[in-house]
Design a protein around this ligand. Structure first.
Ligand code: BGC
Length: 742
């Protein structure tokens, strides 16, 4: 009897286990079966991604013939459903299409640009933003977004810094993984989930001179230490797809980079998602000078593991011939198709190919509230001479600057689907929320950020003279950052510097609010202002968020996700640099050099004569309306062996008068190693809320495998020796303590 019972139990367990495993294995079986039924033309069709052309006859015919697998940029739900109907009902095998779109920081409800979201250092902000974007986009049939962009970049000239999470691999990993989670939801097959795409694989942010698409030179250990970790984090977070980057690394265009796409992504990381090219990037292998013609480009890309050709037509025109001639094995093609079909199964497109037409899917109150909160958390207070929050004693406020009432501009880059009529600008919000308490005089001074017509400045100055305080909303229009929108001069464009200088002459207190897609070189304008709030492009709800911050309903809590240079010539300038053999100490800057001194008397250390060795603001920097004190860091041990962990803790006290959030940062330095290591590396952070007078102890665990590095032999190693630990408010402050790894 007992034996029978146990046998029965075992049987149940075995069945359950089989059932747990079966969805995947049954998907793989279905994929294999489909592939066995597909002609080579149908296989290549799956690998072909085209941009939407509405209900174009040629497109319809291609879908019916099974020669297109994915469409991007079609956002009319009725067209999406009709094209899908043709694929499912009229094509021979009924394989559904997957519709993609760049839903980068919101679909209709626009959240702050990713660089702004990164300044929140709050992964929940990113996750919720991505979730809402997925809900809104999926309502029109978009089931695949080309986000998150997890390219680390240390160059604010690069327009795409706006789309990035800044300069740090750890912060980018955390924020990128949160976005993946938000887009894909708990279940990717849910109608409101969309597949994420970690892009651009890889090294794109290292473009020489911060010029888009430019060459990169990245030694393997730098690639692995700095540029790849956020991509690995995206794999671990379950990102359903990856996109190749446009650039070449050390001469190899990413769409032809077998080492990157096969050796690392597939073999090391065991990735089974879809790898799509960037727009035309297979075709561009030829432009790079790495293929003689489109056919060779197609061969290189398929050999390098690129599954889908986005608008490059290389597979479409040449893959069949390459297979027939034996240059490319059909197994390679089958593998690519397998990866494509897998994402379609994972999204549940075979079971539910159509999109239910919904009413009121956009701008839900909870979406607007979340967007406002994201904009609040994304703003960084850079300076405050006790001017913010605005005091009740002021009676008249002048609202000045080209960004004060520029709905389209506050969306930032990649907001194709945003509608300015739904955005609330700072001026509108201030008038609506505070128009009764204060007299508001609005005078833009300049019509747009690049405006070079000075006539409005006089009026703005006149408005300032009548006011008790001046709020200046300056920055960049959305078009000045983003893809292919790089700048060599990253100061405030147009006559904005003149506007601020003229306002300064009035002697009135100035609050400068910067809305931009990148760090700007605004040292002088900061010195001319009494308070500076850096808001990036804050999205639909930027206005109410900024009003809350300026008038004290909310307290700034953002910290910089990227170093702010004083001058362009300092770039690349980032916190995790090497110490060099002659770190920048005891130096003399240009205006202090005595006339006729000898060459060696200037210090002979690493600095610029005209900029010193420090940036304008370091990574991790940000002020609050309150102040925080940090205790000395305590370590749980002075020594640690490679398998153990050590705990570092620090007590943070709110020493001011307001409840506020603080981002507590953990940095580590490997003091002496076989390769020189950065002077600090971010290894953890926590955003805490403290009431006035309250203290909290924040603890971080440090494990040996977090503090290693990639060596010249391409191995991740952790070496014994001294490590320094900081728990600090930014990447420049704090007192380190040490432990030894044995
Ligand atoms: C960009 C990608 C984007 C794609 C599709 C390319 O130009 O580099 O980031 O996803 O276009 O729009």
């Amino acid at each position: 009897m007992f034996k029978f019972k146990s046998l029965f139990l075992l049987l149940i367990i075995a069945t359950l286990c089989f059932q747990c495993k079966s969805p995947n294995s049954s998907v793989e079986t279905k994929i294999d079966k489909l592939i066995s039924e597909m002609t080579i033309e149908e296989k290549i069709g799956q690998m072909n991604q085209l941009t939407g052309l509405g209900l174009n006859d040629d497109m319809k015919a291609q879908i019916k013939n099974g020669t297109v697998g994915s469409i991007l940029n079609e956002v009319d739900v009725n067209i999406v459903n009709e094209l899908q109907r043709i694929a499912v009902e009229e094509s021979r095998l009924g394989i559904p299409l997957i519709f993609g779109r760049d839903v980068i920081h919101g679909y209709k409800t626009i959240f702050p640009i990713p660089l702004g979201q990164a300044a929140s250092w709050n992964p929940k902000v990113a996750e919720i933003g991505a979730r809402i974007a997925a809900q809104e986009a999926s309502s029109v049939g978009i089931r695949w977004t080309f986000a998150p962009m997890v390219d680390v970049t240390r160059d604010p000239r690069w327009g795409r810094i706006a789309e990035s999470c800044g300069e740090d691999p750890y912060l980018t990993s955390i924020m990128g993984a949160a976005m993946v989670k938000g887009f894909q939801g708990d279940k990717m097959s849910d109608a409101s989930s969309i597949a994420a795409c970690a892009k651009h694989f890889a090294g794109y942010g290292a473009a020489e001179a911060g010029k888009d698409y430019n060459t990169t030179w990245i030694p393997e250990m730098l690639l692995r230490d700095v540029f790849l970790p956020p991509f690995k984090a995206a794999v671990d977070a379950g990102a359903a797809s990856f996109m190749c980057s446009f650039n070449d690394i050390n001469g190899v265009p990413s769409s032809a980079n077998k080492h990157l796409n096969v050796d690392i992504l597939r073999n090391e990381w065991k990735y089974d998602g879809l790898l799509v090219s960037d727009w035309g990037s297979i075709e561009q292998i030829e432009d790079h000078g790495a293929a003689e013609n489109l056919k060779e480009a197609a061969e290189k890309a398929i050999t390098a593991g690129v599954d889908m050709d986005m608008m490059g037509f290389a597979y479409n025109y040449h893959l069949k011939e390459l297979v027939n001639s034996g240059k490319v094995s059909e197994d390679l093609v089958d593998n690519a198709v397998r990866n494509i079909l897998r994402i379609k199964f994972r999204l549940g497109l075979f079971e539910n190919p159509y999109t239910k037409v919904q009413k009121d899917a956009f701008y839900k109150p909870e979406a607007l509230e979340a967007a406002k909160n994201a904009a609040i958390e994304s703003a960084v207070l850079l300076k405050n001479n006790s001017l913010l929050p605005i005091d009740k004693k002021f009676k008249t406020i002048a609202v000045v600057g080209p960004l004060a009432d520029a709905a389209l501009e506050q969306f930032g880059t990649w907001s194709f689907d945003a509608e300015p009529a739904h955005a609330i600008t700072p001026l509108a919000a201030i008038k609506q929320m505070y128009g009764k308490e204060y007299k508001i005089i609005a005078e833009p001074g300049l019509v747009f950020s690049r405006d070079s017509n000075a006539t409005g400045i006089t009026k703005a100055v006149a408005a300032a003279r009548k006011a008790d305080v001046v709020l200046v909303f300056a920055g960049e229009e959305a078009i000045l950052s983003g893809e292919a929108h790089c700048r060599a001069d990253i100061s405030l464009p147009g006559l904005q510097n003149q506007l601020i200088a003229e306002l300064k002459k009035t002697g009135k207190p100035i609050v400068l609010v910067v809305m931009a897609g990148r760090p700007l070189t605004i040292e002088k304008q900061i010195s001319e202002s009494d308070a500076v709030l850096y808001a990036f492009h804050g999205g639909t709800m930027a206005g109410p968020a900024l009003a809350d911050l300026i008038f004290g309903k909310a307290v700034p809590s953002g910290k910089l996700p990227v170093t702010f240079p004083r001058m362009v010539g300092q770039i690349p300038v980032y916190y995790a640099h090497k110490n060099t053999g002659r770190p920048g100490t005891n130096f003399v800057t240009i205006d202090k050099i005595p006339i006729g001194v000898f060459q060696t008397s200037l210090g002979n250390t690493s600095f610029h004569l005209d900029a010193g060795d420090k940036p304008m603001y370091p990574f991790g920097f940000g002020l609050s309306y309150t102040t925080f004190s940090y205790s000395k860091v305590k370590l749980s041990a002075k020594k640690m062996d490679a398998k153990a962990k050590i705990t570092a803790e620090c007590t943070i006290t709110n020493t001011g008068k307001m409840e506020a959030k603080e981002i507590v940062q953990l940095y580590v330095r490997d003091v002496a190693a076989s390769l020189a290591r950065p002077i600090r590396e971010l290894k953890g952070f926590e955003k805490i809320t403290l009431k006035a007078g309250e203290s909290k102890t924040v603890k971080f665990e440090i494990a040996a495998d977090q503090i290693g590095f990639w060596n010249l032999e391409n191995k991740y190693i952790t070496e014994p020796g001294e490590f320094r630990v900081w728990i600090s408010k930014d990447s420049q402050s704090g007192e380190p303590v040490s432990f030894r790894l044995e």
